[in-house]
Design a binder for this molecule. Structure first.
Ligand code: HAM
Length: 422
């Protein structure tokens, strides 16, 4: 009997993995343009870290965490997101003592026990970025501009940026009271979950997918009308700087995030192309998180994107790599020559494929086609005897005579496409 993988945990196979590598490469390139450095933190953290940062009353902490007691009786959790671990590391290694303004990015697997469907998995991958130490809304606009720049570099016109402000703990508490009062007048129309949430987390009712709740809250009071002076100014300045940077956005005052640490600016990059899973990336400001985790009073802002969702948006594109050259060899002596050339060319940056099994010329040519090689070099007995062979350009259909020297072949193969990097 074979053993299958676990539900909601996916394999990323060759053919698809090239798309992931492309996404990761573009993220590194763009983020580094904006001064971000990579940080790598563990997958396993103390459960308490997530309970304290994401919030006890959130779906993630209440229902979705992969938590267990390890052999040393410690309660540990496989990270459901990246921000908490990155901020834990920021505090633990006193990165703020070197410079309170840090710009960090990370990538890797996250785990949430959710009901799997298209774009939603139990092991999924995030690429995220966090900036600490800046209260000025200039940085809110910069983080968002960088995120939009990333999607533009991928050639995607979707997703679109939506922003909101959830205010600070003070004005949010007042808004929560106003919203709770409104929801009390709609109790009959709300679903069971939302009726329960009216007391614990009334904002979640704005995010409920049930049509009854959507209709009941359609004219709910807006958080943006209940921001205090400081939060309203912060939001106005964020909008101003987004406009200065030329980053298009729209306001969604009903946007509620599923994590408790947010303050002021929150945002999502949304698409209509992935069914129910509309958020491709999301994040916001978390000015109280570092101090809540026992660190100094340092603000933060960041985002994370779901790599599976970005990959789905790139679905039509083919990132499969093809070799520069396929060498077809016929007979033992030719195979030695082919292997010598192959090894030398690979060492200087030419990607080369060959046939390992000594098959017929016809079968080797089929293999070259399958690899979609740019060039094919055939070495048979005759070619070996005169020390020259024909290098065929598979796209142009032309062929050129070449001696079996590494330099000549390198120039012919690489010279055709000067922009191609190793
Ligand atoms: P989040 O909204 O929970 O935020 O997740 C960010 C992104 O991760 C989502 O927009 C989505 O693309 C992806 N994602 C989440 N859950 C799943 C899932 N089950 N399957 C596939 N993709 C998923 C955070 O995690 C925050 N840490 C973001 C942040 C960083 N805020 C500030 N800094």
């Amino acid at each position: 009997m074979t053993i299958s993988g676990i539900k909601g945990f996916n394999d990323i196979l060759p053919g698809e993995v090239e798309k992931w590598q492309h996404i990761e490469k573009v993220a590194r390139r763009v983020f580094e343009l904006y001064g971000f450095s990579e940080i790598r933190v563990p997958i396993l953290e103390k459960t308490e870290l997530f309970a304290r940062s994401i919030g006890d009353a959130t779906d993630i902490v209440e229902k979705e965490m992969y938590s267990f007691v390890d052999k040393g009786d410690n309660r540990v959790t496989m990270r459901p997101e990246g921000t908490a671990g990155v901020m834990r590391a920021f505090i633990e290694h006193k990165l703020h003592a070197i410079d309170p303004v840090t710009k960090l990015y990370y990538m890797g697997p996250m785990f949430r026990y959710e009901r799997p469907q298209k774009g939603r998995y139990r092991q999924f991958h995030q690429i995220g970025a966090e900036v600490t130490g800046v209260t000025n809304p200039l940085v809110d606009a910069q983080v968002l501009t960088m995120l939009c720049h990333f999607f533009a570099e991928l050639g995607l016109s979707e997703p679109r940026l939506e922003i909101n402000s959830l205010g600070c703990p003070d004005c949010r508490a007042a808004y929560r009271g106003v919203l709770r009062e409104f929801l009390h007048s709609k109790m009959d129309e709300l679903c069971d979950d939302c009726r329960r949430r009216v007391e614990t987390n009334p904002l979640r009712a704005l995010d409920c997918k049930s049509s009854g709740c959507k209709a009941a809250t359609s004219n709910a009071p807006s958080v943006l009308e209940h921001l205090d002076k400081g939060c309203a100014e912060h939001f106005a300045a964020t909008r101003h700087f987004l406009e200065v940077a030329g980053t298009p956005y729209s306001i969604n005052h009903r946007m509620v995030r599923g994590l408790d640490y947010y303050t002021r600016t929150t945002f999502e990059l949304v698409t209509g192309m992935l069914g129910a899973q509309s958020a491709v990336a999301a994040g916001g400001r978390y000015d109280g998180l570092v101090s809540d985790l026992g660190g100094p009073n340092i603000p933060g802002i960041g985002f994370a994107m779901g790599v599976e969702r970005v990959a789905l948006l790139l679905a039509e594109q083919d990132f499969k790599r093809s070799p520069d050259l396929f060498i077809a060899a016929l007979g033992e002596p030719a195979r030695d020559q082919a292997f010598r050339l192959m090894s030398s060319l690979q060492r200087i940056g030419v990607s080369v494929e060959t046939d390992y099994e000594g098959k017929s010329l016809k079968s080797q040519m089929r293999r070259s086609d399958k690899f979609n090689a740019r060039f094919t070099l055939i070495i048979g007995e005759e070619e070996l005897a005169i020390g020259r062979g024909f290098l065929k350009s598979m796209s142009a259909g032309t062929q050129e005579e070449t001696p079996f020297t590494v330099e000549e072949i390198y120039l012919k193969v690489k010279g055709v496409d000067e922009n191609k990097t190793c």
